[in-house]
Design a protein around this ligand. Structure first.
Ligand code: ARG
Length: 438
């Protein structure tokens, strides 16, 4: 099994998953100093640099300036969206009903790609910038251990004794440039969302300050007129926006931009981490909020109530598995088999109204829709035979009514016992008399 390091004094080569942020920048220097290693760096492009893709060049330059021997930027946007984000949409993946797994679902992909680079460059050791307290360490480590048992994993944040302030000092001492917002928050971004942690956000009793958001307009400042959009789905996957079929990455980007403009998807979550810690998390997830809301609505429209209720259970289990870093678990495949079967008929369109922070579904259409106007209408021309009600209700309520009555009977016996008349009363007598036809 792959070892969780460090198990040696020195490592010849280390592949570092490098975001260009404060932690992993300090790490290049620290790994060089501590393990006398050649550092290779890898940055996964999951679409995090919305405004400015040239940031990847900056990251590469930064790695080189800090002495990395070779840097890899790999464009994983298509893969990320098609193989990780879309399954999340099909599973209506909202952890604890609110967090659309944006960070969580990117992690297995990044780990798998890191392993590929490590194998190609004959590197035996992978390092990453996760703490020993969070979920990301589980997601990276379990995926790497499952795919590449021979690789050793280093987690400097567990080893070095630096808090964020010490890291900033360490960075200043080594001439490592730090972005202004890096000083405050720990950020993770990709096409599907942005997570912010640390600083004042660690105080759940305080409202997150405006500066922890980088993408969305505040709902107060969003346009005063609502915007209507239409999303078309095919087999559970979004294929077009406002009637125009576009590539999946572009679709998410466009929804992101529209959502940001209307202040959609700001999440302030009191979260239960996998290891049991409670943490306050702040997210901006405009595209994810819109897509999951639209998908769930359409799915409900085409599924029976039995499918809908069981799907909720399956979705929640899938979501927890992803959140808790067990993407490799065979249970995921089993759950996805069910999820995919249900999604075969999630085809149609959903219209939403976006207005000052809220995305509301206003209408849906599908050839698979189970809604029947003729049956549902309250107009008198409905084919629905309301007289069935006389037969249906006594049977539907049978057990519930009996259960209720038994409980009441027992309660009244208990009351009578307390009133000391109880001895005169026979429990069976009361019980029988409650249920016989009069
Ligand atoms: N709590 C979230 C999760 O576990 C987000 C973690 C994001 N990491 C960060 N450095 N902000 O998926």
């Amino acid at each position: 099994m792959s070892k969780l390091g460090p198990n040696k004094e020195e490592y010849e080569k280390i592949l570092l998953m490098f975001s260009g942020g404060l932690d992993t920048s300090c790490m290049i220097k620290w790994l060089q100093e501590n393990y006398k290693s050649k550092i290779y760096t890898f940055t996964a492009d999951l679409g995090q640099e919305f405004a400015d893709p040239s940031r990847f060049d900056e990251i590469e330059e930064k790695a080189a300036n800090l002495g990395a021997v070779k840097h890899f930027t790999i464009d994983l946007k298509d893969k990320f969206v098609n193989e990780f984000v879309f399954p999340t949409i099909k599973a209506n993946g909202l952890y604890q009903g609110i967090y659309p797994l944006s960070t969580a679902i990117g992690r297995p992909l990044i780990a798998i790609e890191a392993i590929k680079i490590a194998k190609q460059e004959k590197i035996q050791t992978i390092a990453h910038g996760c703490t020993g307290k969070g979920n990301d360490q589980i997601r990276f480590n379990v995926t790497i251990r499952a795919y590449a048992p021979d690789i050793e994993i280093l987690q400097p944040l567990i080893e070095w004794d630096m808090g964020r302030d010490e890291e900033i000092k360490y960075a200043q001492y080594h001439g490592i440039p730090i972005k202004k917002e890096n000083k405050k928050y720990s950020i993770d971004e990709n096409l599907f969302g942005r997570s912010a942690e640390c600083d004042i956000l660690e105080h759940p009793e305080i409202e997150p300050p405006e500066d922890c958001n980088a993408w969305t307009t505040s709902p107060e400042n969003a346009p005063d007129t609502p915007e209507y959009i239409q999303i078309d789905f095919e087999k559970g996957v979004p294929v077009s926006l406002n009637g125009v079929t576009i590539n999946s990455v572009e679709l998410i980007r466009n929804l992101h931009n529209i959502g940001c403009k209307h202040g959609i998807g700001r999440v302030n979550h009191m979260e239960d981490r996998a290891i049991g810690l409670k943490s306050r998390e702040v997210y901006e997830v405009p595209a994810a909020s819109i897509l999951i809301k639209a998908h769930k609505d359409l799915e409900k429209f085409v599924c029976t109530k039995h499918e809908n209720s069981f799907k909720t259970i399956v979705d929640q289990r899938w979501t927890e598995l992803i959140y808790e870093g067990l993407w490799v678990d065979p249970l995921r495949d089993a759950l996805e088999s069910f999820i995919n079967v249900v999604n075969q008929k999630v085809t149609g369109n959903v219209k939403l109204k976006l207005y000052k922070g809220s995305a509301t579904v206003v209408s849906r259409e599908s050839p698979y829709g189970l809604y029947d106007l003729n049956l549902a209408t309250y107009d008198t021309n409905s084919n629905f035979n309301q007289k069935y009600s006389y037969g249906f209700i006594p049977l539907w309520g049978l057990q519930s009514e009996i259960g209720f009555q038994v409980k009441n009977t027992i309660n009244s016996i208990e009351k009578l016992k307390k009133n000391s008349q109880a001895t005169k009363l026979n429990y069976e007598y009361i019980r029988k008399n409650k249920f016989v036809k009069k």
